[in-house]
Design a protein around this ligand. Structure first.
Ligand code: ATP
Ligand code: MG
Length: 453
């Protein structure tokens, strides 16, 4: 009775006589290539099944397998409790935040194992806007399926029998390239407003169409994101920016009207005409690295997204009479403080951002020992890559980037020759010229020296 009521509330269509029965597909029907599976994920499901439990690969991995894409990580869903899972593996750790999960470690690879969640969020503790605060009940597989966000993310794959279980018409949605939320969209966004960001991420990353009913409430409900703890918003934004499709995601955010007053970061990133080229280049570079399987540093990424805001404030502080280096630090403080109210930038990331920003004026000082000190800087690579972005976006002269490329590559005499070479000033971009002149001031030298220590 209660379950029927919940299904009605969530607007879930009953399938035939038994609404809890999934559609089952064999290997010929789903066409999943077993080679794309992680052997460790198979090991986990097998161990759980041999111990008498149900266990399936679930979520994004099944979606990617059905799309013929190698999943970047694997989640497993089971009816074993976290304690029961932990006991079966040598290196397994229970991680508890909103919901307890188990990380089973195999070298670098982590398989995330979750116990099926109970269906009802009715009894769950909620905030005044309807956001679910705590909900730790375990349940049946069909209940777990209804709790997932999109139909394409709610399928289960059993590697042993090579069967896909589909509870919410995920297969037709995959085939039609449609992103559809499970249940009544308004209710699902209210329970967890982070899903608004997830719609955008998946639509952009997979190049899927958003079902009209799923799309319709997005803009109106956007302010609910303000009630979500900053750390969760940060996690989701990071997933978006590191998805390998960050540029497409940001364009989609704009398209869905999610860029106004939602997060200060997005306002800055999406509405800065001067920095647009810079951000576009930074994101394109990040997307390329992710797609090539290379690591990307969140610190570098956020430093780039916020650079033009820093620049603006840096100029303003200097115009108000501050010396360049203290002005840059004040600007960095301002920007980081505004951002962290809504976006919990972890301390390590914030300190990486600060380092990268602080290095910038020092690259423009190409006299005496200063460039040699830069070579010893722990973050030389990141700072230099950032400098090249500034050159490529037209903010400063290409000549500075070329000079540093040569200086880093050169041997001792080569470096001396480069230092003796008078930097070409004619034809440089105007702001660079201004800063170079300022950078020769006595105060800046002192402050820059202090920065190295
Ligand atoms: P990706 O490949 O980008 O990691 P994913 O689908 O695996 O995509 P995750 O954030 O890793 O995304 O989440 C794993 C699964 O957990 C999802 O596929 C979905 O079934 C479920 N899930 C995650 N977040 C939510 C949420 N906010 N609401 C409901 N279900 C969620
Ligand atoms: Mg995932």
């Amino acid at each position: 009775m209660i379950k029927k009521f919940i299904r009605r509330i969530l607007g879930v269509k009953s399938k035939a006589d038994s609404p809890n029965k999934p559609v089952q597909l064999g290997p010929k029907e789903h066409g999943i290539d077993p080679q794309l599976l992680s052997p460790n994920a198979v090991r986990v499901t097998q161990t759980l099944q041999e111990a008498g439990f149900k266990a399936f690969v679930v979520g994004g991995a099944v979606r990617d397998l059905l799309l013929g894409v190698k999943p970047k990580d694997f989640d497993v869903a089971t009816n074993a409790t976290p304690e029961q899972v932990k006991r079966l593996f040598r290196r397994a750790f229970i991680i508890g935040r909103r919901f307890q999960i188990v990380h089973v470690m195999f070298g670098q690879e982590i398989i995330e194992v979750t116990t099926f969640r109970g269906a009802s969020s009715e009894g769950a503790l909620k905030d005044e806007h309807g956001r679910v605060l705590r909900d730790n009940t375990f349940g049946e597989q069909h209940e777990d399926a209804i709790r997932r966000d999109f139909t394409i993310n709610a399928m289960y794959y059993d590697p042993a029998s090579q069967t896909v279980l589909d509870y919410h018409n995920g297969i037709p949605d995959i085939r039609n390239r449609t992103l559809r939320i499970i249940g009544v969209p308004e209710a699902r966004y209210r329970e967890d407003p982070v899903r608004l960001l997830r719609v955008v991420r998946f639509a952009a990353k997979l190049n899927f169409n958003i079902d009209p009913a799923t799309r319709e409430p997005i803009q109106v409900m956007a302010p609910l994101i303000n009630n979500v703890p900053a750390a969760r918003v940060f996690d989701e934004m990071l997933k978006l920016l590191m998805s390998g499709h960050a540029l497409a995601c940001l364009q989609q955010l704009r398209k869905e009207g999610l860029h106004h007053g939602l997060l200060p970061l997005l306002d800055v990133v999406l509405e800065q005409p001067l920095g647009e080229k810079f951000v576009r280049l930074a994101l394109a570079g990040t997307d390329q690295r992710v797609q090539e399987g290379k690591p990307v540093s969140p610190g570098f990424l956020f430093a780039a997204l916020l650079w033009h805001q820093v620049l603006e404030k840096w100029h303003a502080y200097q115009a108000a009479g501050e010396y360049p280096i203290p002005a840059l630090h004040l600007a960095a403080d301002d920007v980081l403080n505004t951002q962290t109210e809504k976006l919990a930038l972890q301390r390590k990331i914030a300190s990486d951002m600060r380092d990268i920003w602080a290095m910038q004026p020092r690259f423009e000082r190409r006299v005496g020992k200063s460039p040699y000190k830069m070579l010893e800087h722990l973050r030389l690579r990141a700072g230099y890559d950032f400098l090249l972005l500034r050159c490529a976006s037209g903010e400063i002269s290409e000549e500075i980037g070329q000079w540093w490329t040569e200086f880093i590559d050169a041997d001792g005499p080569g470096r001396e020759a480069l230092l003796a070479r008078k930097p070409k000033i004619d034809g440089e971009a105007q702001p660079a010229k201004k800063r170079r002149r300022r950078s020769r001031s006595k105060h800046k030298d002192a402050a820059a020296g202090g920065d190295v220590a």
